[in-house]
Design a protein around this ligand. Structure first.
Ligand code: GRF
Length: 189
């Protein structure tokens, strides 16, 4: 039975794109839904390029009701994959999909995670801390920001001349290299 993946994104969607590309060529699972909470996000166009209509996620559907959760249940989604999704996941949603929500974070958690630590904020903190390496973490999502069990990490050496932007570029390469394969191992084995 082909497993079904729902991707939640808020931004450019480069991780979502890698996931859609990977699962277009993988029989055991498919990306059957992409949803986004920001109308101007690039992920809408990326989903359309893969024949998927990115669903607009509203606060009414996600926080003020369980309509989105019910939609995922109705669609028989097996795994919820966060890919640059910036909204906090409400406890009721976590409860409904416990053990079925993963996230990718652009640092070697538990370092440089937590509320407000996303995108360039993470790489600026890594730079300010004088880290000799950074990387990416795939983790289970629970009620606390970026504190769910770690599933996979990959790392890259940093030069002291690396800007936060360069750190971000090095980490994004690792994200694109690993996320889809990690998700495949989780859902297809
Ligand atoms: C990535 O850096 C990811 O680690 C973080 O948000 C960013 C998403 O980028 N969660 P994109 O929208 O997938 O290009």
């Amino acid at each position: 039975m082909t497993k079904k993946i729902a991707i939640l994104a808020s931004g450019g969607g480069s991780n979502a794109e890698q996931l859609m590309r990977h699962f277009e060529q993988t029989d055991c699972a498919e990306v059957s839904m992409v949803a986004c909470n920001r109308k101007e996000a690039g992920v809408y166009a990326k989903a359309a390029a893969y024949g998927l209509e990115c669903k607009h996620l509203t606060r009414a559907d996600f926080y003020e009701s369980d309509r989105f959760a019910q939609l995922l249940i109705q669609e028989k989604i097996d795994l919820v994959v966060l890919a640059g999704f910036l909204w906090f996941i409400p406890p009721a949603f976590i409860e409904t999909f416990r053990g079925k929500i993963v996230n990718i974070h652009p640092s070697l958690l538990p370092k440089h995670g937590g509320k407000g630590m996303y995108g360039h904020h993470v790489h600026e903190a890594v730079k300010a801390a004088g880290e000799l390496e950074s990387g990416m973490t795939v983790h289970w999502v629970n009620e606390k920001y970026d504190e769910g069990g770690i599933i996979f990490q990959d790392k890259v050496a940093l030069l002291d001349t690396d800007s936060p932007e360069e750190i971000g570029r090095k980490v994004l390469v690792l994200e694109h290299k690993n996320y889809a394969k990690v998700v495949e191992k989780l859902i297809c084995s």
